[in-house]
Design a binder for this molecule. Structure first.
Ligand SMILES: [Zn+2]
Ligand SMILES: [Zn+2]
Length: 331
């Protein structure tokens, strides 16, 4: 199943072709400048996540300019630069929302999945879930901060104060997390698909102390590992690499099945956990931290008409850094 809407020429339909978006009471109308491409977009387009809105415009790392706001909105004004992340809205009243865990809200709506996203010229978003984009980040470089950066940051926080950190899968999220982890004084060990010398080189360039194949044993025991690749077999591999008391954090929304493991891999108070979505607090913290590091994103731009090509390149592991879809006039 393909959730992306294509026209007769195989190009993605633009928002204006489907409907004219209007801002609502809590919504702002945004001219999209850039939209990051995330592995989750692939999972959505490939039908690996249940019940997407259809037809759907994917994309949840949107950087744009506010064109028009709902009448009562004073947080943003026309011309402001905003970022729209994966968390599109929450109910605000459930147990999760009321306990600082809005990322787990049962009634949350996600951008580019349950509401239309940013592979478009215009989009509407609930301003309460948008972020101001830090000055100093051009539109294209800012886009990957909004999911690769945010989810990467949340994964890093859940990895605790690990000094020796392993990253499995070295794409958009890992290249950002490496910079933050180095800034925090941690050692980074990068694991890639066996034989992917280019990704290993990229990891070293970003500040990893060591880079190797996911089947290899790192030169030091790890205190924590974050798995960004959607490969369940990496969970036992990471458990083998972490020291007693270590945590393995699964950072993706979808993963192939995890093979059965002997209990001794988990023994020694090792933990396996997932990271789900983001909270607005994660966004505020990370977008304040990013310019301090300063996080620099390596991006591979694609025009909107080539959105499917961007997705294919990501699927084939051809992107070094983060793919970003760029509005015509920004290029
Ligand atoms: Zn809720
Ligand atoms: Zn994402």
């Amino acid at each position: 199943m393909h959730a992306m809407v294509l026209d007769a020429m195989g190009k993605p339909l633009r928002a204006a072709d489907i409907r004219t978006p209007r801002p609502g009471v809590t919504q702002v109308l945004i001219r999209v400048r850039a939209c990051g491409v995330c592995r989750t977009d692939l999972h959505v387009v490939d039908g690996e996540l249940p019940d997407p809105k259809l037809p759907l415009i994917p994309g949840h790392q949107i950087v744009g300019t506010v064109v028009e706001t709902g009448e009562s909105i004073d947080r943003f004004a026309s011309g402001d630069r905003v970022g729209v992340p994966w968390l599109g809205s929450t109910c605000g009243t459930c147990r999760y929302c009321k306990s600082g865990r809005e990322n787990l809200c049962d009634y949350a709506l996600f951008t580019g999945y349950q509401v239309d996203g940013g592979y478009a010229e215009y989009t509407v978003a609930d301003h309460r879930f948008c972020f101001p984009i830090p000055d100093g980040y051009p539109d294209l470089q800012a886009a990957p901060l909004l999911c690769a950066g945010l989810i990467g940051y949340r994964s890093l926080v859940l990895a605790g104060d690990a000094e020796r950190l392993g990253l499995y899968g070295f794409g958009a999220a890992a290249h950002i997390v490496t910079q933050v982890a180095r800034y925090q004084g941690r050692k980074v060990f990068a694991f890639t698909t066996p034989g992917d010398a280019e990704a290993q080189h990229f990891a070293l360039e970003m500040g990893a102390l060591w880079a190797g194949d996911s089947r290899q044993t790192p030169p030091e025991e790890l205190d924590a590992a974050i798995i960004f690749a959607p490969v369940g077999a990496l969970v036992p591999a990471a458990l083998r690499a972490v020291a007693k008391g270590g945590v393995v954090v699964c950072g993706g929304i979808h993963m192939s099945d995890i093979p059965s493991i002997p209990y001794k891999l988990l023994w020694g108070e090792r933990t396996v956990r997932s990271v789900a979505n983001l909270t607005r607090q994660d966004g505020e913290e990370f977008l304040a931290l990013a310019p301090e590091v300063p996080v620099r994103t390596k991006i591979v731009p694609f025009p909107l008409e080539k959105a499917n090509e961007a997705l294919d390149s990501l699927r084939e592991g051809k992107i070094s850094g983060a793919a970003v879809i760029v509005a015509d006039e920004v290029q």
